[in-house]
Design a binder for this molecule. Sequence first.
Ligand code: KG4
Ligand code: ZN
Length: 358
Amino acid sequence: MIVLGIETTCDETAAAIVRLAGDGRGEILANEVHSQIKDHAPYGGVVPEVAARAHVEILDGLVKRALNDANLKLSDVDGVAAAAGPGLVGGVLVGLTTAKTLALAAGKPFVAVNHLEAHALTPRLTDGLPFPYLLLLVSGGHTQLLAVRGVGDYKRLGTTIDDAVGEAFDKVAKLLGLPYPGGPAVERAAERGDPERIPLPRPMLGRPKPDFSLSGLKTAVRMEAEKRMPLNGADVADLCASFQAAIVDVLVDRIRFALRAFRDATNEPPRALVVAGGVAANGAIRQALVRLAAEIGLRLVAPPPALCTDNGAMIAWAGIERLALDMKDELDASPRPRWPLDQSSAAAYGGGRLGAKA
Ligand code: KG4
Ligand code: ZN
């Protein structure tokens, strides 16, 4: 089975083609990603109208390139999948309409993919990971701990009640005068800093429900920065290192509690701890997760950074998983700006900048 996947929920325009390989994993035949970082950098964050316009301009060409890279015609694919949410509605409309048109023209099934499900299923594309597993999804738009029990079967164990982790990195970078996107800039500055110089809170530490709250931490960074104005290079480095250390402590603590909740939500222990999302590129966070996984005797699966950040291959793969179970969608499927993976969990206040209250 070969599926074309389209992603336009935020600031990456992406089209990819994935084939279901004999060993049950995915073989990526093409993976075209156009990052709009340059378009949004002057504003210090993603501007929805700018994103939607860029998706319109770029998507057709990317789909053509993906087909070309894979040496395939549209008639060779077995289905067309697009992320239908959660995300910015203008962008989602562009990807959804394009995918429906291609599916209709080629007479192929169409799949409306939940963007979060695509992140959640990526370790099956890369590693053929069996269910169930514990997923830490940390990006600019989402911060969640999920028990992944099967395709379409997710239990949200914890979520952020305000900012997403990547969003907190971006906001801290902005208030310290570092460039956008903030995550890589904060990580670089932190390498030169003292993580213990500036005392910062670890919000939610020790709470049994593995939720997150990061806006207070961001405010604490702002207050510590204001005390030291004008900031010199060492101040910025120490603030970044101290902030990153607080994030690491919070993530490790929340995962420990999520493991307990996992056992209640699923009758078996997790087969692995999986980390996905743009923040998973952070070296200090990765190192802490490696240590934690070794300590608790769990396999750690961290897909390569290019498949952790938003991409079309994960959408195509989710399309493959759903089509294999005969779960296709009608052409009147609507965009879903808010689309929780676990419909049984109450909406969280906040929930990241994409309003992904899953
Ligand atoms: O998954 P992603 O590409 O897009 C979504 O937000 O969905 O994630 C982007 C986010 C941004 O907030 C960015 O600052 C953060 O991931 N990020 C990082 C690092 N690289 C990217 N955060 C911390 N450390 C990094 N090295
Ligand atoms: Zn994402």
